[in-house]
Design a protein around this ligand. Sequence first.
Ligand code: PMP
Length: 449
Amino acid sequence: MIGVGRMTARAADRAGGPAARGGEEMPRDAKRAADTALPHGDAERYLVGGVNSPARAFRHVDGAPLVVTRARGAQLHDDSGKAYVDFIMGWGTLILGHGHAGTDRALRHALSRGALFGLTHPAEAALARLIVDAVPSVEHIRFTASGTEACMTAVKLARAATGRAKLLAFEGCYHGHSDSLMARKSAGITEGAAQDTITAPLNDIKAFEELIQRHGQELACLIIEPVAANMGIVPVEPAFLARVRELTTRHQIVLIFDEVVTGFRLGYGGAQGCFGMNADLTVFGKIIGGGLPIGALGGPKSLMRHLAPEGPVYHGGTFAGHPLAMAAGIATLSELKAHPPYERLEELARQLADGLQELASRAGVPVHVNRAGSMLTLFFSDAPVRQFSQAKGVRRDHFARWAVGLREAGILVPPSPWEALFLSTAHTERHVDKALRASRSIFARGLAA
Ligand code: PMP
């Protein structure tokens, strides 16, 4: 076949219009930017803090951001060519590993049809159907471009549906950075916006009951991560979650499960499937986009009909239902459905969690490892961590020495004591053993300054 680049302009016009004249060659600047080491100082010169998301600045460890040029399977490479076993995995997104063949093929195929239409296309309903079939509480879906946007829209929807203003969230949980959900955690949010957000400690039934007693009639919604993953992994205790479900039903408060992390990660039906519990609204993200930007909210038609164009709650977006994200999401969920990896992932994560706990105990390093399915956090703490106040008290210096030591040994863990390590189907016992061996020698050297 003749490359488009070698066609005459008229032939190219006939083949695909003027745009096709760009040819098959990748623009040289784009290739150079993807492949070469970052010129010294360029990140700081052109990007705020050298990054586009604060966690990537590595300020909780050594403050040296990693500049990544490529990744495959369970490994990624920095711009000096050094390889790392990756336990960040796109912050939980890449459950099938980097560059999964099926997802890659689906992406290439979708791209050949056009990157963006800004109009309805078949893959949107196809991905929505996969989610609806997997999660019984969800009948209708709205796709967004990020988890932040989906959480923000779920809150707005709950307010419109109930005619109430306030929302209840839990300390240490993260639901993206919209004003209501970042109240008192970020500058630039008005007191007016913040006053409608109430926060409660996680896993404290008595405090929760008191808040419901006081504010039950004012609350539009309660939003919760069914396994907290943004203060490190902190499981929500079953009795607590059951009480949350019971009291939100009694007071007609919309219960929003933020399954951006847990959706299709804890199991194919997410946390709701694992715990046998239904949310009123569910927020998804990460895994459902197969590595492309995505978010979604879903629930029964009776609630979802409040969204425009059916109802008065406005949500829309140029990139909502993006063809590439839909294609990667369909490929990912289809693979997870056809070959559920959850037992194997959990076994691997258990080996890593138990191994770390045992090595630390033997070395006399106070550590508590929390794990849920294929995600885990090593807390450098004397006491178990079941709340944000306890998570905050961990030995940050110990964490930093462990994370920096691992990085030197070619193992990448999230650069913060309050994040989770994620396993993928690309990880093997070999990767887990490598992390355990490196940890043993770091603990043996000692974590004291
Ligand atoms: N909710 C949870 C539970 C998350 O972990 C995140 C992101 N880490 C978000 C919402 C926000 O998603 P996004 O980064 O796609 O905006």
